[in-house]
Design a protein around this ligand. Structure first.
Ligand code: BGC
Length: 753
């Protein structure tokens, strides 16, 4: 994570802030702070025009999919054009279509005050018309380069459809699976989150932000949103600042370090201060310490929501608090337009503060090349040509395959033969409507491949396939179980696709019980009672608490929401055309009540070690161990780890040591293994997690083959955030693992000098 930082700086305990200010490439890309053209514009703009440059609105005239936000009222194109001509908006979001986009931009640059181009944004969370696996699923690939490639492909399609700014990636570290938005991020681990955050930004923004097919990234939601209390969306995040800095901020830093020039303030408050009005967060930390040079956009009506929070008295007060805190753009509420000019005139907001915000917005527009080419990414030929390209569809299938995690495969039930007689059962098996997943804002349902279609394609014309829906996601279906049981009895093996519908994950979809909904659990129980072997393919946007027939099924695959190519990818894995290689980016608990539940927890003074449970940190009903831990994932081959060694027992000064282990393929098929490096600081001035991930390495081994996998460990890898916000390592003893999951392996000891 601190790869650019000289060891000497770390040794001296230099704060991350100082380091990032020196190194952030964002500074290089955003252009000079005082650009003559921008300064001339600012000098010429009225207060009303400045407020307009700081206001963005959803585009109700070009909606293309289900609504993603509450309370949107369709407006005519003429109304939107009038607002643009009056200079009352800096841009629009979640509308697509190049012809209409060009027309709106024409109004802005021909009729709008000062001819300032609009920026067109959109929630491109896991693809556009080609839908990729949900970000959490893709994180299960443990392959950030894959995420870079899918973000790149999404950028190509999004920009072909007229989008220049994506409200993505979501980089919130999420450790409570009750929260519905776990699905949008990279899971529970900070280190992995950093890798995916950086990769996705690089994919979206490409090598050149002004390129036609590059889009501005917006790592969100700044900050601590993943820590909402009880997993309930929008709730308070009551986290100490050390935890904020250790766990939640690093993925943002990783995103900014590769050039992300926008971020979105989060809905939640931290210890009573909503992020939208949090000066310490949006100015001291974000700009002062992290060196962020881009713009901050509020979340949807979040400035107005500070009134409901009880943090702002009314609209004008909300604007004062948001703008003074460092929130440059108001999304959707219209409050900046309504109140900002008067607030400046009455002296409650300084003109300098407004100008700073406008300057940031215009610099980002300039960095995107919009001043020189307002019609960038508004190309009719590209819109016709660059959507659903064969390479993107192939990538969607590859990404989907790599996102699947094999949790269990007793008796090597998988892979199945394509000639087996299969009962394919579940609420979504033939339902294109559920395929794209929770946050496909611009879905193309028609091109989605259902499990049934994927299985038929793999099994060929002589397929012996029984199909039954069984039940709906959250409701029984009259006669559904009976028909499913009959199908199962007529087959050799059951493939049951169950879990959450796309609507059960995502924003505002918090759950109290992260279980399989009752009608589906009943279906699973009835199917298990047939005695037929059962393969369970879970569909889910979070880790689940499995029970009964689902938990006891001999083979279980975590398949998340795999996107357009769902059915093909499922078939590839089930029939063995591809082997599963995903790893869990979230821990599966024994029961919902254990949440928040994550592998890198601290330990209590009474850990559950040994057999005697009395007076220990535990629940009465379940063990404290994960059902399936972070990092877990099986393959159709088997891996054996042995001989972990370190190049030296002592890590001194700014040196490095190598930690390595032998990995052998003891199975009969080719193995794709993801070796993981974990560390534990045994005694420190703040109690440290039982293990923390510090590296991953992918390797492919033929049957019988073995290889030594090696990681380099430096002082920076052993550092943690101290109460004074500095990050440095404390000398002492550490345990180090090279292991196939967060609970596996035997540690070796090293000493930091
Ligand atoms: C979400 C954001 C999203 C915005 C615009 C909000 O409700 O929290 O993630 O970008 O809406 O659609």
């Amino acid at each position: 994570m601190t790869g650019h930082v000289s060891r000497r700086m770390l040794l001296k305990g230099a704060s991350l802030s100082a380091i990032s200010i020196m190194l952030s490439p964002a500074f290089a890309r955003v252009g000079p702070v005082r650009d003559a053209r921008i300064e001339r514009l600012i000098a010429a703009m009225t207060l009303e025009e400045k407020a307009g440059q700081l206001s963005i609105f959803s585009d109700p005239s070009r909606v293309d999919g289900p609504p993603v936000n509450p309370g949107l009222v369709a407006q005519s194109m003429a109304t939107v054009q009038r607002e643009i001509a009056a200079g009352r908006m800096t841009g629009l979001y979640n509308g697509i279509g190049v012809a209409a986009g060009r027309e709106l931009q024409r109004v802005a640059v021909e009729q709008g005050p000062h001819r300032i181009p609009l920026i067109f944004a959109g929630d491109v969370i896991h693809g556009m018309k080609t839908t990729f696996p949900v970000p959490l699923g893709e994180a299960a690939s443990f392959d950030p380069e894959l995420a870079r490639r899918t973000a790149r492909a999404a950028a190509v399609e999004a920009s072909a459809k007229g989008i220049q700014w994506v409200f993505a990636p979501m980089v919130d570290v999420a450790r409570d699976q009750r929260w519905g938005r776990v699905v949008e991020g990279a899971g529970e681990d900070t280190w992995l989150g950093c890798q995916f955050a950086a990769a996705r930004v690089r994919g979206f923004q490409g090598d050149d932000l002004t390129a036609e097919d590059s889009v501005l990234a917006c790592p969100k939601h700044f900050a601590g949103y993943g820590a909402v209390m009880g997993g309930m969306d929008y709730n308070t995040a009551d986290i100490p600042e050390t935890t904020l800095r250790e766990t939640h901020l690093p993925p943002f830093k990783a995103a900014f370090d590769v050039g992300a020039l926008s971020t979105m303030a989060s809905f939640n408050d931290i210890a009573g201060v909503p992020s939208t009005g949090n000066h310490h967060l949006l100015t001291d930390i974000l700009r002062g310490e992290m060196g962020f040079a881009g713009l901050v956009v509020s979340d949807y009506t979040a400035d107005a929501e500070m009134i409901a929070h009880g943090f702002a008295a009314d609209g004008p007060d909300a604007v004062v608090k948001a703008l003074n805190a460092g929130c440059d753009i108001s999304m959707q509420s219209g409050l900046y337009n309504a109140h900002l000019p008067a607030l400046v005139r009455s002296g409650r907001i300084a003109m300098k503060t407004v100008d700073t915000a406008v300057r940031r917005v215009l610099r980002v527009k300039q960095a995107l090349g919009l001043f020189d080419n307002p019609y960038r990414s508004l190309d009719l030929a590209r819109e016709a040509r660059d959507v659903r390209l064969p390479a993107a569809i192939a990538l969607a299938r590859e990404a989907a395959v790599k996102s699947v995690v094999l949790l269990k495969n007793d008796g090597d039930l998988l892979p199945l033969s394509t000639t087996a007689k299969i009962a394919l059962i579940g609420p979504c098996v033939s339902d294109k409507g559920d395929m794209p997943g929770p946050w496909a804002s611009f879905p193309d349902f028609a091109s989605c491949v259902t499990p049934e279609a994927g299985f038929r394609a793999a099994m060929g014309p002589t397929a012996r396939l029984e199909i039954a829906r069984g039940c709906d996601y959250e409701a029984p279906l009259a006669g559904g179980i009976a028909r499913a049981v009959a199908a199962a009895k007529a087959a050799d093996v059951i493939v049951l696709v169950i879990g959450e519908s796309a609507r059960m994950s995502g924003e505002a979809q918090a759950r109290v019980e992260i279980t399989i909904p009752a009608p589906q659990q009943a279906l699973a129980e009835a199917l298990a009672a047939t005695g037929r072997p059962m393969v369970v393919l879970l569909r889910h946007g979070r880790a689940l608490a499995l029970s009964g027939a689902v938990r006891n099924a001999p083979a279980i695959l975590a398949t998340w929401f795999l996107g357009s190519e769902t059915g093909h990818a499922m078939a590839d894995i089930v029939f063995g055309a591809a082997a599963p290689q995903g790893r869990l980016p979230v821990s599966f608990p024994q029961a919902s009540g254990q949440e928040p539940f994550f592998y890198d927890h601290r330990t209590t003074g009474r850990p559950q070690l040994g057999a005697d449970p009395a007076w220990k940190a535990r629940y009465r009903e379940v063990t404290t161990e994960a059902l399936y831990p972070f990092g877990h994932g099986l393959s159709y081959a088997t891996a054996r780890y042995s001989g972990t060694t370190v190049s030296a027992p002592i890590l001194a000064g700014d040196g490095a040591i190598t930690v390595s282990a032998l990995v052998s393929n003891t199975g009969k098929r080719r193995l794709h293994e993801v070796a993981q490096l974990y560390v534990h600081d045994k005694v420190a001035s703040l109690t440290q997690p039982v293990r923390v991930l510090k590296g991953i390495s992918h390797l492919d081994l033929d049957p019988g083959q073995r290889a030594r996998v090696a990681f380099t460990l430096t002082r920076a890898d052993l550092a943690f955030v101290h109460p004074d916000a500095r990050r440095f390592a404390e000398p002492g003893a550490f345990d180090v693992w090279v292991a196939p999951s967060s609970v596996a392996g035997i540690p070796v000891s090293i000493v930091l000098d």
